[in-house]
Design a protein. Structure first.
Length: 94
């Protein structure tokens, strides 16, 4: 049986949260993330992982006041310049 397990979320000391995801991407998107990691590494003057590049990209494309809101206040579909226009709901959750 191939059941999907929701990964745990971890609170970080800096007030952020960390969650591990498995994402299937076309090679072209992986290449763009590699370019983003290279640009970020040059800016930060140190090696940068793809994880860091993704986190940086997500932070740089969201509105500055994107704090969590109650579910009733969320828009039906959120568009982003990062290419994700909407996320599917996970069935079986409340």
């Amino acid at each position: 049986m191939n059941e999907r397990v929701i990964p745990p979320m971890h609170a970080l000391p800096d007030g952020e949260a960390e969650i591990s995801l498995v994402v299937r991407l076309p090679w072209e998107d992986v290449a763009r993330l590699g370019q983003e990691a290279g640009r970020l590494a040059a800016q930060m003057q140190r090696p940068v992982t793809l994880d860091e590049a993704v986190s940086n990209r997500l932070r740089s494309t969201r509105p500055s006041a994107a704090h969590a809101k109650p579910a009733g206040e969320q828009p039906a579909a959120v568009s982003s310049t990062a290419g994700v226009t909407s996320l599917p709901r996970i069935s079986g959750t409340a």
